[in-house]
Write a new protein. Structure first.
Length: 316
């Protein structure tokens, strides 16, 4: 087998494995947002406002969401560790875990630090705390300056990591956080019109808006957001070659009728079935090149017909 063919097959297997994990029922989502030390009134207000906006968004998700938000005087290393300790004790393997960091970061060439009231926390310490959380699927969104310096410490299989900067040397304050929050408030972020916003859709929305901001200001961009959701290697800016599969299947929140169904006990099972079928279809499309055309068409047709029946039930 040629090396390229082998690599393609391995990427397909990895994508299928990631999606298979997401097909399992998820009992709940744990959202933790931490707005770090501002240092100046303007930054303090900006960081706190972003955290409050996310708190409101996540609390409106559905009854299974667990929302923790730290900002201002409460954003200390001790409170941070205590909060993640609570999640580690309460979360189950099938639950999703989302950690969002807002504020200033620093990087000395070796270690990244997230600036908090009092002692800072390092990227390695954050990784250790997240490692204790049993959730099989995790998402860490670090919107701080120098956040790219924390990726290596945070990455692991089953955890998608997003950083507002491509490295620890991009040290200016970022605007990525502003547009990440906006992505979760703007239905336009739902690019595939599935009535849900995935981590990949939110990332694409925020990076597009960030680029437009620097263009409109006629300024050289001092931040370049990247992500890694395979748990190894160099972070990337666009999906492909296996990167992006997990983030595409990681639902951050639902919209409209989808959200209403999530809050309706009689339709919750149908909604879960719909999401499973949509992910099954994604897997088939990714595997198409390696499948017999007749078998591919047979499985795809069956999945689409089943999806139509489930959608009909949700529309009633």
């Amino acid at each position: 087998m040629k090396r390229a063919d082998f690599r393609t097959r391995m990427q397909i297997c990895f994508f299928a494995a990631v999606c298979a994990l997401s097909l399992q029922a998820r009992a709940a989502v744990y959202y933790v947002t931490v707005a770090g030390l501002g240092g100046e009134p303007d930054y303090e207000q900006r960081f706190t406002a972003a955290a409050k906006d996310l708190d409101k968004v996540f609390k409106g998700v559905d009854g299974t969401a667990h929302v923790f938000t730290l900002s201002g005087a409460h954003a200390t290393a001790a409170q941070f560790k205590d909060t993640l300790g609570t999640v580690a004790r309460e979360a189950k393997v099938e639950d999703d875990f989302v950690l969002i960091l807002i504020g200033h970061g620093s990087f000395d060439g070796v270690e990244y630090k997230f600036n908090l009231v009092g002692p800072d926390v390092t990227g390695s310490e954050i990784a250790e705390m997240c490692d204790r959380i049993p959730s099989r699927r995790q998402l860490v969104v670090n919107t701080t300056s120098a956040s790219g310096g924390a990726i290596q410490a945070l990455e692991r299989p089953g955890r998608a990591v997003i950083a507002a900067t491509k490295s620890g040397t991009e040290k200016n304050a970022t605007v990525f956080a502003r547009y990440w929050v906006e992505a979760l408030q703007d239905p336009a972020a739902d690019s595939d019109k599935s009535e849900s916003i995935s981590a990949m859709e939110a990332f694409n929305y925020a990076t597009t808006k960030t680029t437009a901001f620097y263009d409109s200001q006629k300024r050289l961009a001092t931040e370049h957001a990247v992500f890694d959701d395979v748990g190894r290697g160099e972070p990337v800016r666009v999906s492909g070659s296996g990167q992006g599969a997990m983030m595409s299947s990681f639902t951050l929140l639902r919209l409209g009728a989808s959200q209403q169904a999530a809050n309706d006990p009689t339709k919750r099972a149908l909604l879960a079935q719909k999401e499973e079928l949509e992910q099954k279809i994604d897997i088939l499309k990714y595997q198409k090149a390696a499948m017999d055309p007749v078998e591919y068409k047979k499985q795809l047709t069956a999945a689409l017909l089943e999806l139509a029946k489930v959608q009909e039930g949700l529309d009633k």
